[in-house]
Design a protein around this ligand. Sequence first.
Ligand code: HEM
Length: 531
Amino acid sequence: MAPASLLYLYARDYAPMAILATVVAYYILQTYRKYLQLQHIPGPSGVGWTKWWLAKHQGRGNLCCDLEEVAYKHGPIARIAPDWVLVSDPSEIRRIWSVHSGYRRSDWYRGFRFDPNRDSLLTASNNKEHHAIRLKLLQGYGGKGLGDQEIPVDKAVLAFIELIDREYLTTTDSTNGHVTPRPMDGARVFLYFSQDVNSAIEFGEPFGYMQMNSDFNGIIEAFEMMMGATNVMALFPPLLWLIKSPLVKPLLPKPTDKTGVGRLLGIVQEKVQQRYREIENNENVNRPRDVLQSFVTSSLSPTEVEAEALVHLLGGTDTTAAALRTTIFYLSVKPTAYNTLRAEIDAFFKAGKATRPVITDTEAKSLPYLQAVIKEGLRIWPPITGLMAKSSEKDDIICGKKIPAGTHVAWAALAVMRNKELFGEDAQQFEPGRWIAAAKEAKKEGQEGEAARTRLKEMESVQSMVFVMGSRWECLGRRLALMEMGKVLFELLLRYDFAIADPVKPFQWWNYGFTIHEKMNFIVTKRDIPL
Ligand code: HEM
């Protein structure tokens, strides 16, 4: 047989094997190369070879605590996957997040796209594109010329009080002492409140969750169910093409769905389209300027408006609800803090300083202990504890270690917020008094006061990282969230006492970047205070 034909036969029989062997060899070499690149960074065993550790802990739903442990065990920079590091040194994270650091959002953010084919403000990883969208939205979020955002918040606070009075007051019969308990599931009602606030500010009217007192279209439950899978998928960006495939597409939420996430897409789409119709027909000349109006009259395209309307709703719902219920939970198990806050609230109220029926934002901001409680509630358990991975196209030195370009740099939220050097030996505890003490120290004169002022500034700067302050991705709803928290805490604690219904098992929880609580039942009783 001629040599040429022999070659042909070999090629025919062995080509598939050769291709497979090349692919496997390439994969092994790549894996080995990635392993070597961060070999000098300590971390849990096996993380240099695969993402298994990260995916497993993410899927289990308590990654935030696992990352905190990794940070304590392995130091300010630890490896958590072949090309992932975890940073818990606040100053390094602030540098990485700062506007001129050269870092951008990593491909991890692609996993959170609502529309797999396009970005929104929350997922845009190109810094220039992100900045361009952000500029168009600033007016809407800033509230400039939008009327008073306090009005819809006040209405929602009153609706919340009405809901508690109607459904959740535990009462005692004065004749026989018989108690009728009506536990309030904080895991749900705070979400109803924040959904209603956000929808009212955005669309001019609330969705009506508090009136219905239920997740009537299954949106909340559907989102909570999706969070685990979404966070795991986000670790494997190449898999995201699956979502784009025609086989999977029909299974994804659609605006025509009657319930679940699709229903929310449908509601937002309807609202946006209706607004454009109103403008076209000259019907909305006297419409008060809500957030949607600001979006549709900006230079955003209708598709962008839909995406950003969704971001506004989602960005502010779980976060604020989690902040509120977590803070009330911590108060209810810390009598010293609870009593101090209530004394401050009562004194302010009795002195006739609190505008009725709902305290103003400025008044709430003047109450030092209330503000300390808010800061501490956000610090002890930040509403967003997700990886928020950034990456740079250039090599970097982080915590003195060389980090190659393209590495995913995540933060260990809980380790940062519970930093003992900064917040004190009791950093793991909910202790609003630390803010009061630090502010008092800062008023001292001389060198002592100077050091205390520097420390207080640092404490505030680190705490504000719960809103990624000082970065290009700073939360646009911070002012609104803090306003809501001040008003709700003041008005609820003025009227009611809160106690955890089951101190042995106060609630169930899962953490997928956001913390999902379940069955956080409070016993709510009316206080004996003349209003
Ligand atoms: C206590 C409540 C809140 C906390 C702790 C919080 C925290 C955060 C954090 C950590 C981010 C950065 C996300 C990232 O880039 O990975 C963020 C971004 C954002 N938040 Fe908030 N948020 C809160 C409330 C709100 C509210 C009420 C709204 C709106 C109504 C809102 C709207 C946004 C938007 C639009 C962004 C994207 C900003 C950008 O990428 O330029 N947030 N927030």
